[in-house]
Design a protein around this ligand. Structure first.
Ligand code: GLA
Length: 729
């Protein structure tokens, strides 16, 4: 890793182990231009690519064609309103109502390590693992200073970017758009990969040709969302899992975002990412600064596998924190699909007794334990234990569960308020709403106005008070509706456009306080399943509930899309009952276990009611989890085959860091007549090592397994899964 400024050429060069990122300063006006991002180069003499030698030349020499310059130059951080008609990264409105702004380089600093981002989650690293370039630019006319941050890592091929805007003038101005990163590239014929979804159908991989104009994915739902994901990759046409070039961006943020690519009239490609400008307007007073969230950039010339490896490595080592970062998580049993709202202490203890006898390690009590909540139409905000359901209170239940040798976990949805709640009756103005307009309900609830300090403090005390009252070792933090009716009763009218972002900042503040006061707590984020599965939340919780769809076959596609970016250790995955509650499908219990093994692993069923043959399989699955979880959590993940593409079978592999063992999961979806075995080519092994297939006498070289492959026999029946464990001898 290195960051160098070549003064004569006015070139910055950032290197990670296998990639280089190059930009340069041009003209007397000090425009900052993008030159190159790609395979690592030692040569930095690439300023000839900056397009300042072709007409219209630079504005200081040809102001007559300033507009042509603005509209073609590959800006590192493009600004709006002065002649660049491509999508900008920064737009402001002055008190006079004007919008144009610019960025001219002023100075830079090269820092060891990586500064944190005030109020925001971000990747981190020390001086051995990363270094940071801070480039300061100014728009004197607007009284604005812009700081661009670039961090290069030494142990993974990642560059992160973020932006800070300062008002150095005497009057306030309004930020109407602040993106965090941009890549202005030249002449590539790209496909665009994004992750699309819906409730219970999150993060399905979508690939399409990039055409002229703007193509984007976005959310202005107040969260990163089920529907689109804060991720975008541009890949060369020939890109496969193993080959081809990939430029990817992922946003370390949990609120509104836009990720987009624009192909210009000159075949330039501008890829950018940041907070969605919809309903965003931030008033910046003189002397104040605004910190925009971080974007993670990955370049790979080894196809999607190369990209995935870099993201996984970064998130495992430079984003996830806390006690459970590298630790095996307790196998949990969650009562949601087992009982929904219909439970009592007695019922929960019956589940816990049976579960503990089978080796399950933690009981999680889901929605319905507080206020008058016996359906989803009331009581959010009334975080008082319902003693009719839980006679003897929470402490009694937790103590009884602990006596069984099990841990206890609990569900909250702290950001919400039901219209039918004591909280709403006493504080109707605490809900987000537009005064005078009937607010839109979703799941019969409103969202709390977390831009208000007293609301944040109330929420925190509710959650923390419950956690202080008993030995609770896990929290599932849910968020079950998206934001509408953006209005705060407290923010002044010229700050209403800050509500979306202030809301996200408050969620981060709450989780920051919680993880500081309860450092041993295992926190799992959730949002109607996986609508807030993003790097922002991963900074606070090492795992996130992946989807409300627990069907093993549906999960193949959801987990494939999620694992394209996020490590397996982060994916909440449970074995649930059949017929499956979301799709009605019946799959073998064994398959459900094998698919859930690729995530955090747990159960979501009434263990006292499931068929005996399924229940009898649980101790085996528990043993399987203990045997393989270190490998699953720490190992390198490889996608071998994708059911979503071949419509036949799915296959993935995990290889230990020392390449001493590998676990291959093969899931056949629908069986077909007269097929023999399938040949699978493995990845990531040591070509010189010999690997034994556990439970057999078969032994093959890593080379043969990777280049020639191995046979996996065709299982009998539908929805059948098998695990193949290889270890070096
Ligand atoms: C969301 C979660 C579920 C469950 C319910 C409870 O849908 O994703 O797992 O906790 O809320 O209301």
């Amino acid at each position: 890793m290195s960051i160098t400024y070549f003064e004569n050429e006015r070139i910055f060069k950032l290197d990670t182990p296998n990639t280089s990122y190059i930009m340069g300063i041009v003209d007397e006006e000090n425009f900052l231009g993008h030159v190159y991002y790609g395979k690592r180069m030692e040569d930095y003499h690439v300023d000839y690519l900056m397009r300042t030698q072709e007409p219209p030349f630079v504005p200081s020499k040809n102001n007559r064609e300033r507009c042509s310059f603005y509209d073609t130059f590959p800006f590192e951080y493009p600004t709006a309103g002065l002649g660049d008609y491509r999508e900008s990264c920064l737009s402001i409105r002055t008190e006079g109502g004007h919008c144009g702004c610019s960025f001219s380089y002023v100075s830079h600093r090269i820092l060891e390590g990586k500064p944190s981002l005030t109020g925001l989650p971000a990747t981190f690293g020390d001086k051995d693992s990363c270094m940071t370039l801070e480039i300061t630019g100014e728009d004197k006319h607007a009284g604005m200073r812009v700081k661009l941050y670039y961090t290069a890592f030494s142990d993974t091929d990642v560059i992160t970017r973020s932006v800070k805007i300062e008002n150095m003038g005497e009057k306030p101005f309004y930020l109407t758009k602040v993106f965090s990163a941009c890549l202005d590239m030249d002449n590539q014929d790209f496909d665009m990969i994004s992750l699309h979804g819906s409730w219970a159908r999150e993060r399905h991989i979508q690939r399409k040709t990039l055409g002229y104009g703007i193509q984007n994915v976005s959310s202005f739902r107040g969260e990163s969302s089920h529907q689109d994901h804060p991720f975008l990759a541009l890949v060369t046409k020939n890109t496969t899992q193993e080959t081809g070039e990939v430029y990817a961006m992922n946003f370390v943020y949990s609120g509104n975002f836009r990720a987009q690519a624009e192909v210009s009239q000159f075949d330039g490609v501008r890829m950018s990412m940041g907070i969605h400008p919809e309903n965003f307007c931030w008033k910046l007073m003189p002397g104040e600064e605004f910190q925009a969230p971080e974007v993670v950039l990955v370049y790979s010339d080894k196809g999607l596998d190369g990209m995935t490896t870099s993201f996984h490595h970064l998130y495992k080592n430079h984003l996830i924190r806390g006690e459970y970062k590298d630790k095996k998580r307790p196998i949990l049993i969650n009562n949601w699909e087992a009982t929904y709202f219909d439970f009592t202490t007695e019922k929960l203890l019956a589940i816990a007794r049976e579960a503990s006898s089978l080796g399950i390690e933690m009981l999680v009590m889901d929605d319905g334990w507080f206020g008058k909540r016996s359906s989803d139409n009331c009581a959010l905000g009334d975080w008082v234990v319902n003693e009719e359901k839980l006679p003897g209170g929470l402490k009694y239940l937790v103590d009884e569960v602990n006596k069984l040798g099990m841990k206890f976990g609990i569900w909250f949805e702290p950001e919400m308020i039901s219209p039918d709640s004591d909280l709403y009756r006493s504080h109707p103005d605490w809900a987000i709403a537009i005064p005078g307009r009937v607010a839109t309900e979703s799941r019969q609830q409103y969202v709390l106005d977390l831009s208000r300090k007293e609301v944040v403090d109330y929420v925190y005390e509710c959650v923390a008070g419950i956690l202080r009252s008993a030995n609770i070792e896990y929290v599932k933090w849910d968020m079950n509706r998206q934001l509408t009716d953006l209005g705060s009763y407290e923010l002044p009218e010229d700050r209403q456009g800050e509500l979306y972002h202030r809301y996200v900042l408050a969620v981060y503040e709450l989780q920051d306080r919680l993880t500081k006061e309860f450092p041993h707590l295992l926190l799992e984020n959730c949002s109607g399943g996986g609508a807030r599965f993003d790097p922002g939340m991963l900074y606070f919780s090492p795992q996130i509930w992946c989807s409300d769809d627990t069907d093993a076959i549906e999960r193949l596609e959801i987990q494939e899309g999620t694992a394209l970016i996020y490590p397996l250790s982060t994916m909440g995955a449970h074995v649930s009952d059949c017929p499956n509650h979301t799709v009605g499908r019946v799959t073998p219990f064994e398959t459900r276990g094998i698919v859930a093994l690729a995530g955090t692993f747990g159960y979501e069923l009434d263990v006292t009611k499931i068929p005996k043959e399924d229940r009898d399989m649980i101790p085996e699955q528990v043993a399987m989890y203990h045997k393989y979880n270190d490998l699953v959590r720490r190992g390198d993940y490889y996608r071998i085959a994708s059911y979503s593409q071949n419509h036949k079978f799915d296959c993935w592999e995990i290889v230990s860091e020392d390449k001493g063992e590998a676990l291959v999961t093969f899931v056949q979806v629908l069986n077909r007549a007269n097929f023999k075995s399938r040949r699978i080519r493995l990845k990531g092994l040591d070509p010189r090592k010999q690997y034994r297939v556990e439970g057999t006498e078969e032994c093959y070289s890593g080379e043969a397994l990777m280049y020639a492959g191995m046979h996996i026999s065709n299982p009998w029946g539908d929805f059948k899964a098998q695990l193949i464990h290889l270890y070096s001898v």
